[in-house]
Design a protein around this ligand. Structure first.
Ligand SMILES: Cc1ncc(COP(=O)(O)O)c(C=O)c1O
Length: 406
């Protein structure tokens, strides 16, 4: 049996809906910022329980426009080092310096104690990433810290469509949330993003910023340093379809996760990450920690070569502060070296090494993500568990060479 890394589910009804819809879009002649964008925004606003939602063309764009809408510029922004680099790059694109912080292996999320230690006088915002769909129960602590220090708490919800904590949805927990609709995500439009917020001023500014700064109150004269972050109507139509399918897509991921929860207790060498109390995940990722003597690369190789089981990418195997770009660029995105010395702020420290991240390091080195995408049958899930049971002992560092896959 072959388990691919991902299947993107568009069934017959979905395809018919899209094909008919596309005809309508083409007939209308309205290819951007029109009725499907509004319909997608309205559906997403309801889905995330916020007052407003604004469609953009990626989560990276969503994060950048949130920071710009909040006037977070020439400042420092704290982000986890255990995230996709886009979280950090969005802060740089908005004109800021990045400060990386550590994460807690129990929740995969920013550790509020480490955040508190890393705040500097120019810090204006903290971006919390709900890695794999897990919302940290320490969000209340993080929020209190941000309120006390006058910082904006922004949610990177690229992994968290439909996730909640104590009944409160991801995207409604900070000043604004940024969602991604990249192909691997829980909901996808190919490319795309969404900003959610309850703040009317942020909403109005984000709408202008995504559309080259055009201000409807000034007859569409340009009053912001905006960008073209618009979503096309063709993409928005896929978004409308995804919102209709969302309950089913999320339910299928939860069903796959429940299967693993029940089955993996009997498998030695791997421990699923338990969800914190009150958290409902949509399982962008099903995260499990490996015993310290399991060689992750060998395990993945054995699963792939002997059993044709492809594990999905980790979240994350590489830490952001160790990406090679920082050899060339400072943490505010300027070229390093003699040619351009960073003089942005006296003593801003944007070229300094990022420090120590033991929690993030443990996450990055010790976890795997099991396949949970919609459409996986029980026989396939059982096969993943069986394959793991066979491959784990062979992947222990002291397993005999004959058992280990090369
Ligand atoms: C945590 C996180 N933030 C931001 C992004 C950026 O999303 P997009 O590709 O929609 O810009 C991603 C995408 O993978 C992500 O995983």
């Amino acid at each position: 049996m072959r388990i691919p890394v991902l299947r993107i589910p568009f069934d017959g009804d979905d395809r018919r809906f899209l094909q008919e819809g596309w005809e309508g879009v083409l007939d209308s002649g309205q290819l951007t910022l029109s009725k499907h964008t509004q319909e997608f925004e309205e559906a997403f606003r309801e889905f995330s329980g916020t007052k407003y939602a604004v469609a953009v063309n990626s989560a990276t764009a969503a994060l950048e426009v949130i920071l710009r809408a909040l006037d977070v510029q020439d400042a420092s922004v704290i982000v986890p080092t255990n995230t996709f680099l886009a979280t950090a790059l969005a802060a740089v694109h908005a004109g800021n310096r990045v400060i990386f912080a550590d994460s807690d292996p129990a929740t995969l999320a920013l550790d509020p104690d480490d955040v508190a230690r890393r705040i500097t006088p120019d810090t204006r915002a903290v971006i919390l990433v709900h890695i794999g769909g897990v919302i940290t129960p320490r969000i209340a602590e993080l929020k209190a810290l941000c309120d006390e220090r006058g910082l904006h708490l922004i949610e990177d919800c690229a992994h968290a469509h439909g996730c909640s904590i104590d009944g409160r949805m991801a995207g409604s927990l900070g000043v604004a949330g940024a969602f991604s609709f990249f192909p691997t995500k829980v909901l996808t439009t190919g490319e795309g993003g969404m900003v959610t917020t309850d703040d009317e001023r942020v909403y109005n500014r984000v709408r202008m910023l995504r559309n080259q700064g055009k201000n409807p109150d000034l007859g569409n004269r340009i009053s912001e340093v905006g960008h073209n972050f618009r979503m096309s109507e063709l993409t928005a139509l896929v978004g409308v379809q995804q919102m209709r399918a969302a309950p089913r897509l999320i339910e299928e991921r939860r069903r796959a996760a429940a299967f693993y929860d029940a089955a993996l207790g009997a498998v030695e060498g791997i421990t699923p990450l338990p969800l914190p109390e009150g958290v409902e995940s949509s399982y962008y990722k099903y995260v499990a920690y490996l015993d310290p003597d399991i060689d992750r690369a060998a395990l993945k190789r054995t699963l792939r070569e002997r059993y044709e089981v492809a594990l999905t990418g980790e979240v994350y195997a590489e830490l952001c502060h160790e990406e090679p770009l920082w050899e060339r660029y400072t943490y505010c995105g300027r070229l390093r070296g003699e040619r351009v010395a960073c003089t942005r702020w006296p003593g801003c420290g944007c070229g300094e090494p990022a420090g120590d991240f033991p929690g993030a390091r443990r996450i990055s080195e010790r976890h795997v993500c099991l396949p949970v995408y919609p459409g996986l049958g029980e026989d396939e899930l059982a096969y993943v568990v069986e394959s793991l049971s066979a491959a784990l002992p062979a992947s222990r560092v002291d397993a005999p060479a004959s058992e280990r896959s090369r």
